[in-house]
Design a protein around this ligand. Structure first.
Ligand code: PEP
Ligand code: MN
Length: 344
């Protein structure tokens, strides 16, 4: 349910509505838009007396939210959410996802060593990336594959941030690792395999850092938004949705990159949507054209794997661009972004 406050409703009136919602056994999430404030009332109460809320002063109307996801829905918040790529407590952000600029996050699949991590960070920054990606904890299909450098990898990412100022996006695989990853990450990545790890979603929902949530490889649009809802419902307003391809019968690509979900999501949610064409295709040669396609259909950003020598990469070499390849791709994206009135 949402309680739409009148234009110019006072703080006291909003506070009163919050108290009434909570007294009814629901959780109140005030959302302050540029024009007006709404209070989203969420919980598992089936029947509540709307007239009580309608009677509160400063209330314009009370509406039922039809979508099963509430806080993620455009019904609750019309304006696009712009996500700062850092902790909410640490002052003005240096990089944003959402808004007019298409934000590109780039870096290796796995952090392998310090020198190369810094080298990649410097190079992708120069080419126009706004954040560095890199996995220190890797969810690998085989237990015999390289599992990541863990804390050492996080330290190398921090060194690359120190050298370039780029915020760090890195995966957290389990709630037990959250306190360690928090010390280094600016943005938590939740991997496709963990999209429905509800305890992990709740844990990052309580954190003070934005979350990049990847679509599960067999998740529907609705399941994807309900996973985002888990995070939002814990009080963390900053979720970036990332389409990374799904499993289909088609096997000419590693996954089937479902670009249609981008405009579909943008209709239904205010959260920013980015695309990962690296995992979405599994082939470096397909990454630039699918990146151009992603921008053309309205993506707010891209997540791109880059490696100085892809054939030597410890994971996902086949889908990684070289440093030069990334630069060339960025140059080819600019006219597409400009044609849509966006910056890159
Ligand atoms: C990754 O980004 O390297 C990764 C493991 O992605 P996904 O969870 O989408 O497979
Ligand atoms: Mn990867």
């Amino acid at each position: 349910m949402i309680v739409v406050m009148k234009r110019g409703a006072s703080k006291k009136q909003v506070k009163h509505v919050i108290e009434r919602v909570e007294a009814m056994g629901m959780k109140a999430h005030p959302i302050y838009g540029t024009n007006r404030t709404v209070v989203a009332a969420v919980g598992d109460k089936r029947e509540v007396d709307r007239t009580v809320l309608e009677a509160c002063s400063g209330v314009e109307r009370v509406m039922k939210v039809l979508a099963p996801y509430k806080l993620a829905s455009r019904e609750v918040r019309e304006e696009d959410t712009v996500v700062p790529l850092r902790s909410r407590a640490s002052g003005p952000p240096s990089a944003l996802i959402g808004g007019n600029k298409v934000g590109v996050i780039a870096g290796p699949c796995t952090v392998e060593n310090k020198t190369e991590t810094i080298k990649v960070a410097e190079s992708v920054k120069e080419a126009g990336a706004i954040a560095l990606r890199g996995g220190a904890f890797k969810p690998r299909t085989s237990p015999y594959s390289f599992q990541g450098l863990m804390e050492e990898g996080l330290e190398y990412l921090a060194a690359a941030r120190e050298a370039t100022g780029l915020p760090i996006v890195t995966e957290v695989m389990t709630p037990e690792h959250l306190s360690l990853v928090t010390k280094f990450a600016d943005v938590f990545q939740i991997g496709a395999r963990n999209m429905q790890n509800f305890l992990l979603l709740k844990a990052v929902g309580e954190a003070d850092k934005p979350v990049l949530l990847k679509r599960g490889m067999s998740a529907s649009l609705e399941e994807f938004l309900l996973a985002a809802e888990y995070i939002l419902s814990q009080g963390n307003p900053y979720v970036i949705l990332c389409e990374r391809g799904i499993r289909t019968f088609e096997n000419h690509t590693r996954n089937t990159l479902s670009l249609a979900i981008v405009p579909a999501l943008k209709e239904l949610t205010h959260l920013p949507v980015i695309v990962d064409p690296s995992h979405g295709t599994g082939k470096a040669s397909l990454v630039p054209p699918m990146s151009r396609g992603a921008i053309a259909v309205g993506a707010d950003g891209l997540l791109i794997e880059v490696h100085p020598e892809p054939e030597r990469a410890l994971s996902d070499g086949a889908q990684s661009l070289t440093l030069e390849g990334f630069k060339e791709m960025m140059n080819s994206l600019r006219p597409v972004a400009q044609a849509l009135g966006r910056d890159l």
